[in-house]
Design a protein around this ligand. Structure first.
Ligand code: B12
Ligand code: SF4
Length: 412
């Protein structure tokens, strides 16, 4: 039983990073900390990003031994991690070790998990990692606070997965917008230094209205869009600017939808002369000349576009809301802004992939590379455990070919 009063809470960003990959600012944990701080101003919060540490497991042991934490909130981001042959192979993250260390050093500490790699398949994760006490999905801030307030006795708090003997129980879903509204009051937390990261993630909205067949987004943020106010986003950027940080990544699944909101935000960045540099995922079909002007003026340095395929049949099947024409149209507009790097991502080996579609994809990729000087990235489709997104091609030859293209692309 946790004594009611001042809690010590450790927020852990679990290991996902491989040597050749960027270290991603733990924006989810940062937002969670802001929320908890607002609710429990007297509680002690510390953030530990294992990805920044040279000896992550030893450092975790050291931190846990030093402070008597009663609660730990662990973020589980990616399922896989590239191995030492990092450009060729991947391996599953040793997440079990993180939870084992927590339980060994602090047996009474409550272990709570959240994050994308958890939310995609919560039951599977809880079954696999027996040390975790609770898992939270969707808008977790309010539920997290309720769980703490009930001293972990109230199993009716919504959006929570918990254990009852050998069973994993879900308390039921509740939509709650409190979290977005709570991303205010920006402050620094022990253990997290913005200067340690190349860029800072900022989320301007949650949810995505598009319903691409292969995407697990519906399990992560849902299909309803929940926008933050432009003012709080500007406040957040200004907070980091004061610390000398000026590179940002807008982490929204689709930054340029809704278009008017995106344009309002960019206009405000320009009006306030914030002088930042930023990147984001954009949808090709919502790129037009008016937006492109604002992109450049507001400091956009790189755009990521999920093109997925060069075959309209596949794009229709995947329900991406794009066509080959919409992708080329975006490239035509963006070629007038050479200061912005454009990266296109293709996904090979989904269910309807065949020789003809692979060739069409190669042709489009080549055109985007040669004519529009864009960067091209291929990856293969890795199905996850939810049947709705399990749209993998079953043709061995097509899969092998897709894998070869993807590996070759990573090597060059
Ligand atoms: C933006 C993004 C990127 C950007 C990040 C840029 C940056 N500087 O931040 C870039 C393009 C670099 C990127 C790269 C990759 N990404 Co990415 N990315 C995303 C995306 C779209 C948003 C993530 C984000 O920041 N969200 C905003 C924050 C605020 O949300 P959050 O972290 O999820 O946190 C919230 C909740 O999860 C929760 N929460 C988080 N932690 C915890 C902990 C507890 C205890 C609780 C209670 C709650 C909680 O509360 C937070 C507030 O709501 C997601 C898709 C998605 N919608 O989640 C994919 C996603 C996370 N990426 C994914 C992948 C696979 C990758 C790559 C491995 C791709 C690749 N093959 O290279 C790389 C990995 C990079 C690396 N270094 O390892 C997958 C992970 C899937 C999985 N299960 O493994 C996702 C889910 C995409 C997908 N649909 O498959 N990514
Ligand atoms: S637009 Fe992106 S985030 Fe939205 S459903 Fe499609 S792939 Fe997923």
């Amino acid at each position: 039983m946790i004594p009611v009063g001042q809690y010590k809470i450790l927020l852990i960003n679990s290991l996902y990073k491989s040597k050749n990959k960027e270290t991603i600012y733990p924006v989810g944990l940062y937002y969670l900390s802001l929320f908890l701080k607002k609710h429990f101003p007297d509680h002690y919060l510390q953030i530990f990003d294992m990805n920044l540490s040279k000896n992550p497991y030893q450092d975790l042991e050291r931190i846990l031994s030093k402070y008597n934490f009663q609660i730990t909130a662990i973020s589980y981001r990616n399922l896989i991690r590239h191995s030492f042959l990092s450009k060729l192979a991947t391996k599953t993250i040793d997440f079990e070790k993180v939870t084992r260390i927590c339980k060994q050093i602090r047996p009474d500490m409550k272990i709570i998990i959240g994050g994308p790699a958890f939310a995609i398949d919560p039951e599977k994760v809880l079954k696999r990692f027996g040390n975790i006490d609770y898992g939270l999905v969707d808008n977790v801030g309010g539920m997290f606070a309720e769980l703490i307030e009930s001293n972990f006795n109230d199993h009716s708090v919504k959006n929570v997965y918990y254990r009852n003997k050998d069973q994993i129980i879900f308390s039921g879903y509740r939509s709650d917008d409190s979290f977005e509204n709570a991303i205010t009051g920006f402050t620094v937390f022990p253990g997290l230094n913005a200067g340690d990261y190349d860029e800072i993630g900022i989320q301007t909205k949650k949810g995505c209205i598009f319903q691409c067949k292969h995407c697990p987004q519906k399990y992560l943020e849902g299909n309803k869009i929940r926008l933050r106010s432009v003012k709080t986003v500007i406040d957040e950027i200004s907070f980091y600017l004061e610390m000398g940080v000026r590179n940002f990544y807008f982490t929204d699944s689709v930054f340029n939808y809704p278009n008017h909101y995106c344009m309002d935000l960019l206009q405000e960045i320009i009006n306030k002369s914030l002088n930042i540099s930023w990147s984001a995922f954009l949808k090709a079909s919502y790129i037009d000349d008016d937006l492109a002007v604002l992109l450049l003026k507001s400091g956009c340095r790189k755009i990521d576009i999920s093109a997925e395929s060069g075959d309209d049949n596949i794009l229709r099947y995947l329900n991406t809301n794009e066509t080959v024409d919409s992708i080329i149209n975006a490239a035509e507009i963006l070629k007038n802004y050479p200061a912005i790097r454009i990266c296109y991502y293709f996904l090979l080996g989904t269910e309807k992939e065949n020789f003809s579609s692979l060739i069409k994809t190669m042709k489009l990729a080549l055109r985007l590379r040669m004519k529009y000087k864009s960067e091209i990235y291929f990856s293969t489709f890795n199905p996850i455990n939810k049947t709705e997104v399990n749209v993998k091609c079953h043709n061995f030859i097509i899969n092998t070919l897709s894998a070869c293209i993807s590996v070759f692309n990573q090597l060059i």
